[in-house]
Write a protein that binds this ligand. Structure first.
Ligand code: GLN
Length: 274
């Protein structure tokens, strides 16, 4: 057995070849300390290492589990974040939101950030790490918050990113006002067919009522009460949702901007509360 044959096991089970290569790299690095660099340099894996990786791949295929739940970690904005089935696995697209939030916070010297539906805490921690702002991450799930707390301490960001259990704004006090609210809310319509691997992620982190718009609507309606004048609201968007979210924002917000991701999909929207 070679690395190539292990990749083929995944491809034969229906996984795209590039994705399969990525997954094998993730498993090789995590379980055998074997990096892509070792591969390029032609360093061979031992038979024991190959067997170990193959066994993980077989488990992954049989149970249709995302590899990040097998390794217990995911790469986001230059750091590993702990993940478990209690949290959404941070996505590459979400780095777009993190980067833009960081840029806006830095350029405007913003101090208070709210991250709604923080999950693993990946957005809250990365914004805290790359700016001077303090970030409050909130989530309805105590289990998710436990993961976020592990991440904030591993990254040595205690006091810079803090967490609170809150169902949307229900535990945010009336006198708490933020410079910017960010959210990658659940935005998948409940009738969408998803791959089994994705369905292993928490359904409360994935799905939303109102054809996927429930949380955009609720957050947009309440956000003005918790934003300073001139503050920003920024969302990740699901496929095809940009226009409707823009319409919702037009009521209280100005300077609405939509950004596309690398695949050309409208992935991000932000606006100013005037
Ligand atoms: N904020 C986390 C992320 O972007 C979790 C989002 C969610 O659970 N919907 O990955």
């Amino acid at each position: 057995m070679t690395m190539k044959k292990i990749v083929k096991l995944l491809v034969d089970s229906g996984i795209d070849e590039n994705e399969a290569k990525c997954e094998v790299n993730i498993l090789a690095e995590h379980f055998c300390n074997y990096t892509a660099n070792d591969y390029v340099r032609g360093i061979p894996l031992t038979d024991e290492q190959i067997d170990l990786i193959r066994s993980k791949v077989e488990y992954r295929i049989k149970n249709k589990v995302p590899v990040q739940y097998i390794t217990g970690k995911a790469w986001f904005m230059g750091d590993y974040y702990k993940v478990s089935p209690d949290v959404l696995i941070p996505r590459d697209e979400t780095e777009l939101l993190a980067n833009l939030a960081i840029e806006i916070v830095r350029n405007n010297n913003l101090k208070n950030v709210l991250d709604i539906g923080t999950g693993s805490g990946c957005l809250a921690c990365s914004i805290a790490k790359y700016t001077d702002a303090v970030v409050l991450g909130i989530d309805i799930s105590s289990d998710a918050l436990r993961v976020a707390l592990d991440n904030v301490s591993t990254l040595n960001l205690n006091n810079r990113a803090v967490f609170r259990k809150s169902d949307l704004f229900n535990k945010i006090h009336d006198n708490e006002k933020f410079d910017i609210i960010v959210s990658n809310p659940p935005y998948i319509s409940k009738d969408t067919q998803l791959e089994e691997e994705v369905l292993k992620e928490p359904h409360i982190a994935l799905f939303a009522d109102e054809n996927g718009y429930e949380f955009y609507r609720k957050i947009i309606q309440s956000a003005p009460s918790y934003l300073k004048r001139g503050g920003y609201l920024m969302f990740e968007l699901g496929l095809g949702e940009a226009l409707n979210v823009k319409k919702m924002l037009e009521h209280d917000f100005t300077d609405i901007t939509i950004k596309k991701d690398l695949a050309g999909i409208e992935r991000l929207i932000y606006a100013k509360y005037q």
